[in-house]
Design a protein around this ligand. Sequence first.
Ligand code: SF4
Length: 482
Amino acid sequence: MTATGSMPTYLGMPAFPKAAKQAVADSQLRRNLTHATTTIRAKRAGAIGELADFAELRAAAKAIKDHALAHLDTYLARFERNVTAAGGHVHWARDAAEANAIVTRLVQAAGARSVVKVKSMATQETGLNEALEGAGITAIETDLAELIVQLAQDRPSHILVPAIHKNRAEIGDLFRRTMPGAPGDLTDDPPRLAAAARAHLREEFLSASVGISGANFAIADTGSLVIVESEGNGRMCLTLPRTLISVVGMEKVLPSWRDLEVFLALLPRSATAERMSPYTSTWTGVTPGDGPQDVHVVLVDNGRTATLADATGRQALRCIRCSACLNVCPVYERAGGHAYGSPYPGPIGAILSPQLRGMGSPVEASLPFASSLCGACYEVCPVAINIPEVLVHLRDQAPKHAPERAAFLLSAAILRSPSRLAAAQRAASASRKLIARKGRIRRLPPPLSAWTDTRDAPAPPEESFRAWWARTRGNDGGPPRT
Ligand code: SF4
């Protein structure tokens, strides 16, 4: 991975179509993904089905986020004042490089050579682990799935279940090979795998002097941060080390505690199909004699201000990273998370990464096209992000190849004129014998081969609807001729 000013790009990562093609060819990966997403999908549907007022909660969540984003300057300033008043320190980072530099400086100032981390999308976005490694500091992931990914020197492939692409046999094998202190007779039994990870991590928690976290929410009125998690590793990282550094995307701010109620009802059900998360941790600055005594919050922009300026695209900033959209996406289910070439995979990644990073590289420019536009993501999103709308909006902005541009110009010219459309339809019908076999077109010459490389197309009909209409009813639309 290489860190640019804005966000790390995975080194050597091809654009989505090529990466997805490689992933789809991996049948074990497809089996793992299908099993995991099908299970989570069904559980989520059950948990959401219990909420009689889901539609109202969803509308409230959307309204609260939109309000907070529209007044972000006010709420961020209020958040900073309240963190500072509670004994914490707020740092502002324009981009990934600045955020990483701030965190590295703080860790060095604390005299630490290693840190324990709570799973955090913001630090994956900035490539913090790699930056710390460059400064000789070891970052230890303490979330079980993140630990698996770290031990395998792999990359996360899901927002919430980073090791979703691995099954337990692969994980058992990995632990036996790479985890310090793993029992020699460790089996693939999930409770035994979890116990081995717990024993390994306990040592790290007890010796760490610096903890690094993200945050699910930042409350402006009190200067508090909130993390929801399932394993308790977060609670350990947030309470045991003397220094706590939280890297937070600036769109995470909510105006007040009252608002949190809505999100705590929606997030666990949408994410892990739980009525509430096993651990909901909140903290406000420093509490003398209790928990970390040196508390820092790094507020990260990294493309968010530019995203906010886009009237259609800004809704992506409402995202609460529940990953419900990944679990219902037919493209994600087949291609997996790595194909998206960014820390944010799936439908939300397809709209967020190109906006945060810009569409200057083939990877980002390909992401808005990584969708069938079926709309399943919009349906499940608890903050009502209209992902298909943003995808279409971004497709419009994506750099076009010359043949593609020419094809669109030609289509526009044909569709603007009824006589040109009729002529084109006659030409298509006439070409039928040349390009189709048994009613299907299987191969077209370049550049149209981009379409037939991955799918067939139906042959044009022998007679177009217009020609049939004119032949059977006459051009005046009268009664059918016999
Ligand atoms: S876009 Fe919506 S469904 Fe997808 S992760 Fe974000 S909040 Fe969840």
